[in-house]
Ligand binder design. Structure first.
Ligand code: HEC
Length: 125
């Protein structure tokens, strides 16, 4: 009986250890919503704000308004990521301003995960 008791307590120790390292692993892979938005905002400030304005209000002759933007509202997050990757050159048939929207805002270092967090931030504008 005594021996079985000891075995059970060892199993508890091992299971608790496994559970807590799993929690740590999950947390480090998935930053909190607040962290993701902060990261997205930093990218926006670096790669988009010069043309679209600090708060997405738009800048004359540079980039249009992204707040309450119909094009954005009609698209899913995935579609917006795709759009940002491609941009929209001034000779594109859907271009409305005659100004280039550069692919990835001109920052080729932005990867898939950066763009996903950027889009999460765009939704809060
Ligand atoms: C060099 C200026 C410039 C930069 C930098 C830039 N954009 Fe743009 N963006 C534009 C222009 C100009 C348009 C409008 C193109 C057109 O006339 O259709 C546009 C269009 C868009 C649209 C489509 C809006 C609509 O109404 O059709 C989205 C969404 C967008 N940009 C997001 C971004 C994001 C996100 C970034 C940062 C990664 C970014 N842009 C960086 C100039 C820029």
């Amino acid at each position: 009986m005594r021996r079985r008791g000891r075995l059970v307590s060892w199993m508890v120790v091992v299971l608790v250890g496994m559970a807590s390292s799993l929690t740590i692993a999950c947390n480090s892979e998935r930053p909190s919503t607040g962290e993701r938005l902060k990261y997205g905002q930093a990218i926006y400030g670096r790669a988009c704000a010069t043309c679209h304005g600090r708060e997405g209000e738009g800048m004359p002759m540079l980039g249009n308004r992204l707040r309450d933007n119909a094009f954005m509202n009609e698209r899913s997050d995935e579609q917006l990521v795709e759009f940002i990757k491609e941009g929209r050159p001034s000779n594109h048939e859907l271009n409305t301003t005659g100004v280039d929207m550069p692919p990835r805002g001109g920052d080729p270092s932005l990867d898939e995960e950066d763009l996903a967090q950027l889009v999460e931030y765009l939704r809060t504008l």
